[in-house]
Ligand binder design. Structure first.
Ligand SMILES: Cc1cc2nc3c(=O)[nH]c(=O)nc-3n(C[C@H](O)[C@H](O)[C@H](O)COP(=O)(O)OP(=O)(O)OC[C@H]3O[C@@H](n4cnc5c(N)ncnc54)[C@H](O)[C@@H]3O)c2cc1C
Length: 271
Protein backbone atom coordinates (compact mmCIF):
# COMPACT_ATOMS: atom_id res chain seq x y z
CA UNK A 1 0.00 0.00 0.00
CA UNK A 2 1.28 3.52 -0.83
CA UNK A 3 2.40 5.52 2.24
CA UNK A 4 -0.17 8.19 3.10
CA UNK A 5 -0.18 10.41 6.15
CA UNK A 6 -3.81 10.87 7.11
CA UNK A 7 -4.32 14.41 8.34
CA UNK A 8 -8.08 14.32 8.88
CA UNK A 9 -10.77 11.85 9.85
CA UNK A 10 -13.07 13.52 7.40
CA UNK A 11 -11.88 15.82 4.63
CA UNK A 12 -13.77 18.89 3.45
CA UNK A 13 -12.96 17.91 -0.11
CA UNK A 14 -11.50 14.82 -1.77
CA UNK A 15 -10.27 15.13 -5.34
CA UNK A 16 -9.95 12.13 -7.61
CA UNK A 17 -7.19 12.74 -10.19
CA UNK A 18 -3.90 14.59 -9.84
CA UNK A 19 -3.60 16.00 -13.38
CA UNK A 20 -3.48 19.75 -14.00
CA UNK A 21 -7.13 20.24 -13.02
CA UNK A 22 -7.05 18.15 -9.81
CA UNK A 23 -3.70 19.35 -8.51
CA UNK A 24 -4.53 23.03 -9.20
CA UNK A 25 -7.77 22.67 -7.24
CA UNK A 26 -5.98 20.85 -4.39
CA UNK A 27 -3.44 23.70 -4.21
CA UNK A 28 -6.08 26.43 -4.33
CA UNK A 29 -8.28 24.84 -1.65
CA UNK A 30 -5.30 23.95 0.56
CA UNK A 31 -4.01 27.51 0.20
CA UNK A 32 -7.32 28.68 1.69
CA UNK A 33 -7.09 26.24 4.58
CA UNK A 34 -9.59 23.59 3.47
CA UNK A 35 -8.77 20.03 4.42
CA UNK A 36 -8.17 18.26 1.15
CA UNK A 37 -7.30 14.72 0.16
CA UNK A 38 -5.90 14.38 -3.36
CA UNK A 39 -6.19 10.85 -4.72
CA UNK A 40 -3.63 10.85 -7.48
CA UNK A 41 -3.74 7.94 -9.90
CA UNK A 42 -0.05 8.34 -10.76
CA UNK A 43 3.20 8.50 -8.82
CA UNK A 44 4.50 11.98 -7.99
CA UNK A 45 5.25 13.77 -11.28
CA UNK A 46 9.00 14.37 -11.65
CA UNK A 47 10.29 16.84 -14.20
CA UNK A 48 13.58 16.07 -15.90
CA UNK A 49 15.10 19.04 -17.82
CA UNK A 50 16.84 16.66 -20.25
CA UNK A 51 13.56 15.10 -21.33
CA UNK A 52 10.95 16.67 -23.61
CA UNK A 53 7.39 15.69 -22.89
CA UNK A 54 5.05 15.57 -25.92
CA UNK A 55 1.92 16.23 -23.90
CA UNK A 56 1.58 19.99 -23.61
CA UNK A 57 -0.98 22.52 -22.44
CA UNK A 58 -1.79 25.84 -24.06
CA UNK A 59 -2.09 28.05 -20.98
CA UNK A 60 -3.91 31.38 -21.15
CA UNK A 61 -3.53 34.53 -19.02
CA UNK A 62 -6.32 33.53 -16.62
CA UNK A 63 -4.53 30.25 -15.79
CA UNK A 64 -1.20 32.03 -15.43
CA UNK A 65 -2.89 34.37 -12.93
CA UNK A 66 -3.88 31.32 -10.86
CA UNK A 67 -0.26 30.04 -10.87
CA UNK A 68 0.96 33.52 -9.86
CA UNK A 69 -1.63 33.64 -7.07
CA UNK A 70 -0.30 30.32 -5.75
CA UNK A 71 3.27 31.66 -6.00
CA UNK A 72 4.44 28.87 -8.33
CA UNK A 73 4.68 30.76 -11.64
CA UNK A 74 8.39 31.46 -11.16
CA UNK A 75 9.03 27.78 -10.43
CA UNK A 76 7.16 26.83 -13.62
CA UNK A 77 9.08 29.46 -15.64
CA UNK A 78 12.38 28.22 -14.26
CA UNK A 79 11.59 24.78 -15.67
CA UNK A 80 10.40 25.44 -19.23
CA UNK A 81 7.74 27.81 -20.57
CA UNK A 82 7.27 28.83 -24.19
CA UNK A 83 5.27 32.04 -24.58
CA UNK A 84 3.76 32.78 -27.97
CA UNK A 85 3.27 36.30 -29.27
CA UNK A 86 1.44 35.77 -32.55
CA UNK A 87 -1.18 33.38 -33.79
CA UNK A 88 -1.81 32.77 -37.50
CA UNK A 89 -4.88 30.81 -38.51
CA UNK A 90 -6.13 30.32 -42.07
CA UNK A 91 -8.21 28.07 -44.29
CA UNK A 92 -6.32 26.51 -47.15
CA UNK A 93 -9.28 26.50 -49.59
CA UNK A 94 -10.61 30.02 -49.20
CA UNK A 95 -7.44 31.68 -47.84
CA UNK A 96 -9.70 33.26 -45.20
CA UNK A 97 -7.36 34.15 -42.34
CA UNK A 98 -7.27 35.60 -38.86
CA UNK A 99 -4.24 36.66 -36.87
CA UNK A 100 -3.61 37.81 -33.34
CA UNK A 101 -0.65 39.82 -32.17
CA UNK A 102 0.28 40.44 -28.53
CA UNK A 103 1.76 43.88 -29.31
CA UNK A 104 -1.45 44.96 -31.05
CA UNK A 105 -3.53 43.70 -28.14
CA UNK A 106 -1.11 45.38 -25.69
CA UNK A 107 -0.47 42.20 -23.71
CA UNK A 108 2.98 40.77 -22.95
CA UNK A 109 2.13 37.54 -24.83
CA UNK A 110 -0.93 35.60 -25.98
CA UNK A 111 -0.31 32.67 -23.68
CA UNK A 112 2.25 29.93 -23.20
CA UNK A 113 2.78 26.36 -24.30
CA UNK A 114 3.88 24.35 -21.28
CA UNK A 115 4.67 20.66 -20.99
CA UNK A 116 2.14 18.86 -18.82
CA UNK A 117 4.82 17.46 -16.49
CA UNK A 118 6.23 20.95 -15.87
CA UNK A 119 2.83 22.01 -14.56
CA UNK A 120 1.93 18.90 -12.60
CA UNK A 121 5.34 18.64 -10.91
CA UNK A 122 5.12 22.25 -9.64
CA UNK A 123 1.47 21.87 -8.69
CA UNK A 124 2.11 18.65 -6.76
CA UNK A 125 5.07 20.22 -4.92
CA UNK A 126 2.86 23.13 -3.95
CA UNK A 127 -0.06 20.95 -2.84
CA UNK A 128 2.30 18.78 -0.81
CA UNK A 129 3.60 21.84 1.05
CA UNK A 130 0.10 22.83 2.24
CA UNK A 131 -0.44 21.61 5.82
CA UNK A 132 -4.11 20.84 5.16
CA UNK A 133 -3.54 18.76 2.00
CA UNK A 134 -2.92 15.01 2.01
CA UNK A 135 -1.91 13.23 -1.17
CA UNK A 136 -2.38 9.55 -1.87
CA UNK A 137 -0.06 8.74 -4.76
CA UNK A 138 -0.45 5.84 -7.21
CA UNK A 139 -3.93 5.12 -6.05
CA UNK A 140 -7.22 5.13 -7.91
CA UNK A 141 -10.70 5.77 -6.65
CA UNK A 142 -12.54 2.47 -7.03
CA UNK A 143 -15.85 2.76 -5.21
CA UNK A 144 -17.79 5.11 -2.99
CA UNK A 145 -20.56 4.86 -0.45
CA UNK A 146 -22.72 7.36 1.38
CA UNK A 147 -22.19 7.65 5.15
CA UNK A 148 -23.56 9.94 7.89
CA UNK A 149 -20.92 12.61 7.31
CA UNK A 150 -20.81 12.54 3.56
CA UNK A 151 -19.02 10.03 1.37
CA UNK A 152 -16.75 7.09 2.03
CA UNK A 153 -14.17 6.54 -0.69
CA UNK A 154 -12.29 3.32 -1.37
CA UNK A 155 -9.21 3.13 -3.52
CA UNK A 156 -7.63 0.26 -5.42
CA UNK A 157 -4.66 0.46 -3.03
CA UNK A 158 -6.91 -0.25 -0.04
CA UNK A 159 -7.20 3.29 1.35
CA UNK A 160 -10.45 4.47 2.92
CA UNK A 161 -11.19 8.20 2.98
CA UNK A 162 -14.23 10.14 4.20
CA UNK A 163 -15.13 13.49 2.72
CA UNK A 164 -17.95 16.00 2.56
CA UNK A 165 -17.47 16.75 -1.12
CA UNK A 166 -15.90 14.68 -3.89
CA UNK A 167 -14.51 16.38 -7.01
CA UNK A 168 -13.94 14.25 -10.09
CA UNK A 169 -10.84 15.47 -11.95
CA UNK A 170 -9.97 12.02 -13.20
CA UNK A 171 -9.82 12.67 -16.90
CA UNK A 172 -11.71 11.57 -19.94
CA UNK A 173 -12.92 8.22 -18.55
CA UNK A 174 -13.81 9.68 -15.16
CA UNK A 175 -14.49 6.99 -12.56
CA UNK A 176 -16.12 9.66 -10.37
CA UNK A 177 -18.59 10.34 -13.17
CA UNK A 178 -19.52 6.69 -13.62
CA UNK A 179 -19.70 5.99 -9.84
CA UNK A 180 -21.99 9.00 -9.50
CA UNK A 181 -24.20 7.79 -12.37
CA UNK A 182 -23.71 11.07 -14.20
CA UNK A 183 -24.83 10.50 -17.75
CA UNK A 184 -22.59 11.26 -20.64
CA UNK A 185 -23.35 11.62 -24.28
CA UNK A 186 -20.84 10.19 -26.71
CA UNK A 187 -20.68 10.45 -30.44
CA UNK A 188 -18.08 9.45 -32.96
CA UNK A 189 -16.33 12.43 -34.46
CA UNK A 190 -14.60 10.21 -36.99
CA UNK A 191 -11.41 12.14 -36.19
CA UNK A 192 -7.96 10.98 -35.13
CA UNK A 193 -4.96 13.06 -34.14
CA UNK A 194 -1.24 12.74 -34.67
CA UNK A 195 0.91 14.41 -32.02
CA UNK A 196 4.66 14.78 -32.49
CA UNK A 197 7.61 17.01 -31.82
CA UNK A 198 8.90 18.65 -35.01
CA UNK A 199 11.16 21.49 -36.09
CA UNK A 200 10.89 23.85 -39.06
CA UNK A 201 13.73 25.58 -40.91
CA UNK A 202 12.13 29.08 -40.93
CA UNK A 203 10.26 28.91 -37.66
CA UNK A 204 10.41 32.09 -35.58
CA UNK A 205 9.83 30.18 -32.32
CA UNK A 206 7.06 32.43 -31.01
CA UNK A 207 4.07 32.05 -33.36
CA UNK A 208 1.28 29.49 -33.04
CA UNK A 209 0.17 28.31 -36.51
CA UNK A 210 -3.04 26.57 -37.46
CA UNK A 211 -4.30 25.68 -40.90
CA UNK A 212 -7.74 24.29 -41.72
CA UNK A 213 -7.41 21.80 -44.59
CA UNK A 214 -10.37 20.16 -46.39
CA UNK A 215 -9.74 16.93 -44.44
CA UNK A 216 -8.33 18.14 -41.13
CA UNK A 217 -6.66 20.77 -39.00
CA UNK A 218 -2.90 21.07 -38.45
CA UNK A 219 -1.38 23.13 -35.65
CA UNK A 220 2.19 23.96 -34.73
CA UNK A 221 2.72 25.22 -31.19
CA UNK A 222 6.07 26.74 -30.25
CA UNK A 223 8.36 24.89 -27.87
CA UNK A 224 11.86 26.08 -27.07
CA UNK A 225 15.11 25.58 -28.99
CA UNK A 226 13.35 25.75 -32.38
CA UNK A 227 11.11 22.80 -31.63
CA UNK A 228 7.32 22.79 -32.04
CA UNK A 229 4.50 20.58 -30.92
CA UNK A 230 2.51 19.24 -33.86
CA UNK A 231 -1.16 18.36 -33.54
CA UNK A 232 -2.63 17.08 -36.81
CA UNK A 233 -6.27 16.08 -36.54
CA UNK A 234 -8.03 14.60 -39.51
CA UNK A 235 -10.66 12.12 -40.60
CA UNK A 236 -9.89 8.45 -40.15
CA UNK A 237 -9.11 7.58 -43.75
CA UNK A 238 -6.64 10.46 -44.09
CA UNK A 239 -5.13 9.48 -40.74
CA UNK A 240 -4.48 5.98 -42.07
CA UNK A 241 -2.91 7.45 -45.24
CA UNK A 242 -0.63 9.72 -43.20
CA UNK A 243 0.40 6.95 -40.82
CA UNK A 244 1.34 4.73 -43.76
CA UNK A 245 3.82 7.33 -45.08
CA UNK A 246 7.50 7.05 -44.33
CA UNK A 247 9.09 9.91 -42.32
CA UNK A 248 10.30 11.82 -45.40
CA UNK A 249 6.92 11.67 -47.16
CA UNK A 250 5.10 12.61 -43.93
CA UNK A 251 7.34 15.67 -43.49
CA UNK A 252 6.78 16.65 -47.11
CA UNK A 253 3.00 16.47 -46.63
CA UNK A 254 3.34 18.52 -43.46
CA UNK A 255 5.58 21.14 -45.08
CA UNK A 256 3.19 21.60 -47.99
CA UNK A 257 0.18 21.84 -45.60
CA UNK A 258 1.79 24.96 -44.20
CA UNK A 259 2.32 26.30 -47.72
CA UNK A 260 6.03 26.68 -46.93
CA UNK A 261 5.28 29.50 -44.47
CA UNK A 262 7.53 27.93 -41.82
CA UNK A 263 10.03 26.30 -44.17
CA UNK A 264 10.93 22.63 -44.31
CA UNK A 265 9.50 20.62 -41.41
CA UNK A 266 11.40 17.68 -39.93
CA UNK A 267 10.53 15.23 -37.17
CA UNK A 268 12.27 15.76 -33.82
CA UNK A 269 14.93 18.35 -32.89
CA UNK A 270 16.36 21.38 -34.69
CA UNK A 271 16.82 21.12 -38.49
C1 LIG B 1 -1.00 13.65 -26.51
C2 LIG B 1 -1.72 14.86 -25.97
C3 LIG B 1 -1.45 16.13 -26.51
C4 LIG B 1 -2.09 17.25 -26.01
N1 LIG B 1 -1.83 18.49 -26.53
C5 LIG B 1 -2.41 19.59 -26.03
C6 LIG B 1 -2.14 20.89 -26.53
O1 LIG B 1 -1.38 21.04 -27.47
N2 LIG B 1 -2.69 21.97 -25.92
C7 LIG B 1 -3.58 21.82 -24.88
O2 LIG B 1 -4.06 22.82 -24.33
N3 LIG B 1 -3.90 20.59 -24.41
C8 LIG B 1 -3.35 19.49 -24.97
N4 LIG B 1 -3.67 18.26 -24.49
C9 LIG B 1 -4.73 18.17 -23.51
C10 LIG B 1 -4.28 18.45 -22.09
O3 LIG B 1 -3.14 17.67 -21.79
C11 LIG B 1 -5.48 18.09 -21.20
O4 LIG B 1 -6.61 18.85 -21.58
C12 LIG B 1 -5.27 18.38 -19.73
O5 LIG B 1 -4.01 17.94 -19.31
C13 LIG B 1 -6.37 17.68 -18.95
O6 LIG B 1 -6.09 17.80 -17.58
P1 LIG B 1 -6.98 17.06 -16.49
O7 LIG B 1 -6.34 17.32 -15.18
O8 LIG B 1 -8.42 17.43 -16.67
O9 LIG B 1 -6.96 15.52 -16.87
P2 LIG B 1 -5.71 14.43 -16.99
O10 LIG B 1 -4.47 15.18 -17.34
O11 LIG B 1 -6.25 13.43 -17.90
O12 LIG B 1 -5.58 13.94 -15.52
C14 LIG B 1 -6.46 13.02 -14.96
C15 LIG B 1 -5.69 12.26 -13.90
O13 LIG B 1 -6.62 11.44 -13.20
C16 LIG B 1 -5.99 10.20 -12.95
N5 LIG B 1 -7.05 9.21 -12.72
C17 LIG B 1 -7.79 8.54 -13.64
N6 LIG B 1 -8.66 7.72 -13.03
C18 LIG B 1 -8.47 7.89 -11.70
C19 LIG B 1 -9.06 7.33 -10.55
N7 LIG B 1 -10.03 6.40 -10.62
N8 LIG B 1 -8.61 7.73 -9.33
C20 LIG B 1 -7.62 8.66 -9.20
N9 LIG B 1 -7.02 9.22 -10.27
C21 LIG B 1 -7.44 8.84 -11.50
C22 LIG B 1 -5.12 9.94 -14.17
O14 LIG B 1 -4.09 9.03 -13.86
C23 LIG B 1 -4.60 11.34 -14.44
O15 LIG B 1 -3.40 11.58 -13.76
C24 LIG B 1 -3.05 17.11 -24.97
C25 LIG B 1 -3.32 15.84 -24.45
C26 LIG B 1 -2.68 14.73 -24.95
C27 LIG B 1 -3.03 13.36 -24.37
Amino acid sequence: MTAFKRKEEIYDVAISGGGVAGSTLAGLLGFQGFNVCLISGESKPEWNPDKHYPRVNAVNHASIRIFKHLGIWQDIRNKRVNPYYQMQVWESDTKGAIEFDAAELRVPHLGAIIENTVLTSSLHDFAEQQPSVSIIEKSRLESLSANDDGLGLHTDSGHEVSCRLLVGADGIDSVTRSLSSIEKREYKSGQQAIVAEVSASNYDGHTAWQVFLPNGVVALLPLNEGRCSLVWSCDESHFRTLMALNDAAFCEALTSSFEDRVGAIALGGVV
